[in-house]
Design a protein. Structure first.
Length: 185
């Protein structure tokens, strides 16, 4: 009689494994299908966000991606766009930020000065580092040239209260963008 009980348990275990596998397979298939269906919408939304950020930091008639022409060695520079005679727009992901999830779009005009800063993506602490998105902080960078630093490091940028690391990250991004634009000629 104990043999029968053991066989039933084994049969029940096999059924459980098959059902669990089927559920996982269907779930994975649905997740993959959802990803494929939403992929073009996500790409279009990302492109729209990029275009809006570029227009905000350096208005121009058109933008041409010229990242392949960038020969600088700065790994934080993700993309470079030519805005014709207006200058360049550079997308930077600084190495220095509190969360590590900071992506910044910087406009550099034809004179080599920063024309605007837009925080494209942030994972910074709400109410502290996320304040880098506020206009009064970003406006400090307009007209900046060369290396940009917070006042604590001898520069002219007032750091965000409680978010010096994020402030330094934005300064690093602006400095990298100015250097990248200068290297483009």
């Amino acid at each position: 009689m104990s043999e029968t009980v053991t066989k039933k348990k084994e049969a029940g275990m096999a059924t459980l494994v098959i059902v669990l596998f089927a559920i996982c397979a269907v779930t994975a298939l649905l997740l993959g299908l959802t990803n494929e269906v939403t992929k073009p919408y996500i790409a279009a939304n990302n492109e729209k966000t990029t275009q809006e950020a570029m227009a905000a930091v350096l208005p121009a008639d058109s933008y041409e991606k010229v990242t392949d022409q960038y020969t600088g060695g700065d790994a934080t520079v993700e993309d470079v766009y030519s805005a014709g005679d207006a200058g360049y727009v550079v997308q930077v992901k600084p190495a220095t930020s509190f969360s590590g999830n900071l992506t910044i779009m910087v406009g550099v005009d034809a004179t080599g000065a920063c024309s605007g800063v837009s925080i494209v993506k942030t994972g910074e602490t709400s109410g502290l580092g996320s304040n880098a998105s506020k206009e009064d902080f970003r406006a400090q960078f307009v007209g900046a040239t060369g290396e940009v630093h917070v006042t604590k490091d001898g520069g002219t940028i007032d750091a965000l209260t409680g978010a010096t690391i994020t402030s330094r990250g934005v300064c690093e991004a602006v400095s990298s963008a100015i250097a990248a634009a200068a290297s483009m000629g």
